[in-house]
Design a protein around this ligand. Structure first.
Ligand SMILES: N[C@@H](CCC(=O)N[C@@H](CS)C(=O)NCC(=O)O)C(=O)O
Length: 201
């Protein structure tokens, strides 16, 4: 398999964490494909976004949620997407985490414009979304226990991203349960091996 990736994308990191948890990371060739320069990426994914996975049969898969479920299906070990009644709370928490990524990436994209065109109103709205979602995850931190799943991976990546980009002053402040949980989760090899080394978009 091949993964169109950018080392700076939190959606890519989510997929890479899933691959590592499923023992598939060595079966995926990383292809550097910045979505911000001209390249072949739109031939595989018309939205021109990373991550885009090219499966062994040539099928191009996107977005990160679909790729994550695909890898969960074909990889080894326990299921990251729970079945039955446990599926919906897990997907709900994963969607909360995704909201943090979407808001953070929206801020990063706004800041791609000339500074004179930045909208403080728009950036403020995105920061409010991140703050409210952190508060919700703190209230629901009890859902992050048990075997690793897509909810935990989503939240781990979202907290890593928020801390790295500093979209809010200090996400740990006011979120002690999340902070304590992240302390342990961020030490998983899947997380340490995918830690971003430069500002991420
Ligand atoms: N919902 C998509 C979002 C992917 C996404 O927005 N990726 C960003 C990089 S962080 C990108 O490729 N942006 C380029 C663009 O939007 O043109 C997913 O989960 O994969």
């Amino acid at each position: 398999m091949k993964l169109h990736f950018s080392p700076t994308s939190p959606y890519v990191r989510k997929v890479r964490v899933v691959a590592a948890e499923k023992g598939l990371d060595r079966k995926i060739e990383l292809m550097s494909s910045s979505p911000w320069v001209e390249n072949d990426l739109p031939k595989s994914n018309p939205s021109g976004r990373v991550p885009t996975l090219i499966a062994d049969d040539g099928m191009a898969l996107f977005d990160s949620r679909v790729i994550a479920e695909y890898l969960d299906e074909i990889g080894g070990g326990g299921k990251l997407f729970p079945a039955g009644a446990a599926r919906w709370p897990a997907l709900r928490t994963a969607a909360l985490a995704e909201g943090i990524l979407d808001a953070g990436v929206s801020i990063a994209n706004e800041r791609r414009k000339d500074k004179a065109h930045w909208s403080d109103w728009y950036i403020g709205r995105q920061k409010d979304k991140i703050g409210r979602t952190l508060d919700t995850l703190e209230r629901e931190a009890g859902n992050l226990s048990g075997p690793v799943d897509i909810a935990q991976i989503g939240v781990g990546v979202a907290l890593g991203y928020t801390g790295f980009r500093k979209h809010v002053d200090d996400w740990r402040k006011g979120h002690p349960k999340l902070a304590a949980w992240y302390e342990g989760f961020s030490q998983r090899p899947s997380m340490t091996s995918t830690e971003p080394k430069e500002p991420i978009a």
